[in-house]
Design a binder for this molecule. Structure first.
Ligand code: NAI
Ligand code: MG
Length: 433
């Protein structure tokens, strides 16, 4: 589909406005999960590179033209980057799909356009940051002044690499901060391509620094760096815990966006076909690798058979295949490690008494990638592992309920609280996170 844009397959670190090798000279490979082949060779930042990146971000925050830029100019610069992203939507979609396994339909229609919308939103917000004046006695003036925090350390996951990075980049930049970003080791390419766009629109050196590498070394170096002012993380609950501990040691504020096991509730008065469509989207979108996935499907007894009949049919009709094929509805999982996690969950589910209604195996029809079949586990109860833990794959756990009270009890029986869905007759409610 993309004709005139070649895909760079070698990337360096981006520190202080320059593309540089890691001081150690180390590199790692990212994989195309649709084929299992190498997708890109990427410089691997060590702690010493992370330190240089933080120093560059500090200097840019305090001394560069960025520090002196008016909010309106900052907003304009972000907006120019958004415009360039729009021009390169197809290219970015392809880069993102090749490495993450998101289907080209997903990146072209949702992931990339939504990422651009996020940037546009914050571009518009840059000059609308306001404080307050507070009522007080006549001899006092009491007001709040909002200022940028400083250097933001961002650690992002692989499921929506560009969007989840942008959720951190755009607000941080709009407010006048600088950033050091560690992409997920599986998916650094699209974020590095985004950096080229920011370069083209003239972002001052040091404002954004990108340090690809692995969590335990590169991520840990950033999370425990004493000279960042805030950490922002999206990823697994376990890693969130580790990052919180690292931040606690230096008393750094942080924001965490972690996992979910979200209930998607189908009441007996739902429009069945609509409920089926939204439930399908809810669990199979992005190969089930979504923090807000509707991974616990709660279905009311009164419509159980009708709903499940249609849902099974729809599930079995999903076309699995290479993520770059426009007709593919479900692509590969992001990695072999994730594929194995999914397999083990489905096995545990069955051992604990869940019934495998469909799927439950690798998909072999699309080559050497990490493909899994859309999978339904029935007769699940909330005490089972597959109802408690985030599987992060195309596996839905179906739980029956009797009435509204039963639905609420079962929906809330989870350590998570990220999202929830209720199927109404015109259902989009479940997208509301
Ligand atoms: P992860 O949470 O370990 O990785 C996310 C990011 O954190 C990556 O950039 C990684 O390099 C970094 N990281 C890992 N360990 C770190 C450490 N000790 N210090 C600093 N940074 C560190 O997620 P992983 O292992 O790739 O996936 C495992 C499971 O996590 C998935 O099956 C899924 O359940 C969940 N997950 C949830 C996501 C969400 O959006 N809520 C996104 C990705 C994974
Ligand atoms: Mg991990």
């Amino acid at each position: 589909m993309t004709k005139d844009l070649t895909i760079t397959k070698e990337y360096k670190l981006f520190i202080n406005g320059k593309w540089v090798d890691a001081l150690s000279g180390r590199t790692f490979e990212s994989i195309n999960p649709g084929t299992g082949e190498t997708n890109a060779i990427v410089a691997e930042a060590g702690p010493e590179d992370v330190d240089l990146a933080v120093k560059a971000a500090r200097k840019a925050f305090e001394k560069s033209s960025w520090a002196l830029m008016t909010p309106a100019d900052r907003g304009r610069l972000l907006y120019q980057a958004a415009l360039k992203m729009r021009e390169k939507t197809e290219f970015l979609a392809e880069v993102e799909s090749r490495e993450s396994g998101l289907t080209i339909r997903e990146t072209l229609n949702i992931a990339i356009p939504e990422t651009i919308s996020v940037l546009e939103f914050y571009a518009g917000l840059a000059n609308k940051v306001q404080g307050e004046t507070l009522a007080t006695s006549p001899d006092r003036l009491n007001f709040t002044l909002k200022e940028p925090l400083g250097v933001i350390g961002a650690i992002v996951p692989w499921n929506f690499p560009l969007m989840l990075a942008m959720w951190k980049i755009a607000p941080a930049l709009a407010a006048g901060n600088t950033l050091v970003i560690k992409p997920a080791e599986q998916t650094p390419s699209s974020i590095l391509e985004l950096m080229k766009i920011f370069q083209e629109v003239g972002i001052p050196e040091g404002v954004i620094n990108i340090v690809p590498g692995f969590g335990a070394v590169t991520g840990n170096a950033l999370a425990s760096h004493p000279d960042i002012d805030k950490l922002a993380f999206t990823g697994s609950t376990n890693t969130g815990r580790i990052i919180m501990q690292a931040a606690a040691k230096n008393l750094k504020p942080l924001s965490l966006e972690l996992g979910g096991k979200s209930p998607n509730i189908i009441f007996s008065d739902a429009d069945i076909q609509n409920a089926v469509n939204m439930s399908t989207f809810g669990i199979y979108f992005a190969q089930g690798q979504v923090c807000a996935a509707g991974s616990r499907l709660l279905v009311q007894d009164a419509v159980y058979d009708d709903f499940m009949h249609a849902f099974l049919k729809k599930t079995q009709s999903i076309k699995v295949g290479n993520q770059l094929d426009m007709s593919t509805l479900m692509g590969p999982q992001v990695s072999n490690a994730q594929l194995k996690r999914i397999e083990s969950y489905v096995e545990i589910g069955q051992k604990e008494g869940a019934h495998l209604l469909t799927g439950g195996e690798r998909y072999e029809g699309a080559g050497n990638g990490y493909y899994y079949t859309p999978t339904i586990l029935e007769n699940v109860t909330n005490d089972m592992t597959v109802a408690k833990e985030e599987i992060f794959g195309p596996v839905v756990s179906v739980i029956r309920f009797k009435d509204e009270e039963d639905a609420l009890t079962k929906a809330n029986e989870s350590i998570y609280g990220l999202a929830a869905g209720v199927t109404l007759s015109e259902a989009y409610a479940w997208l509301a996170v």
